[in-house]
Design a protein around this ligand. Structure first.
Ligand code: ZN
Length: 149
């Protein structure tokens, strides 16, 4: 395995200096993610205004791919609404599973494209996205459970 191909400069930088690392308190949504194949663990906290994620932080520990992916994800989705986040997630998923090519929208996230050569690591890169989706779905459920009828 050519690790130097996988661990590119951007990934190393984000792993060493993760952006938006920590915890938002208070927050509107929180979820924990675990990738047992590699041992990566993440907690994502989110502030939202209606449909828009206005702030996001993550904390946890894991391999360079999982940490760098989470760091880049937080930068990419901050300020975006749910539809835009879903579009980015679909593009990321296609990129990582080899069915899509890097689109301009992905920006730095495209640096994770090399992960597709290492199928066991794809879950490391997508863990943060699944965790974010879980947090948003959970916070959606809160207002839905309050009925005015
Ligand atoms: Zn990992």
């Amino acid at each position: 395995m050519q690790l130097d191909e996988l661990y590119r400069e951007v990934i190393l930088d984000h792993n060493k200096h993760p952006r938006n690392f920590g915890r938002l308190d208070p927050h509107d949504a929180e979820a924990k993610g675990h990738n047992p194949l590699c041992g990566d663990r993440l907690t994502v906290t989110v502030l939202r205004e209606g449909d828009r994620v206005t702030d996001i932080r993550f904390e946890g520990n894991g391999c360079a791919i999982s940490m760098a992916s989470a760091s880049m994800m937080t930068e990419a989705i901050k300020g975006r609404d749910r539809a835009a986040i879903e579009t980015l997630f679909q593009q990321m998923h296609a990129l990582l599973t080899g069915t899509g090519s890097a689109s301009a929208d992905l920006g730095k996230l495209a640096s994770l494209a090399g992960v597709r050569e290492f199928p066991a690591r794809v879950k490391c890169a997508t863990l943060c996205w699944h965790t974010l989706n879980a947090a948003l779905a959970r916070s959606d459920a809160v207002p839905a459970s309050v009925s005015t009828e």
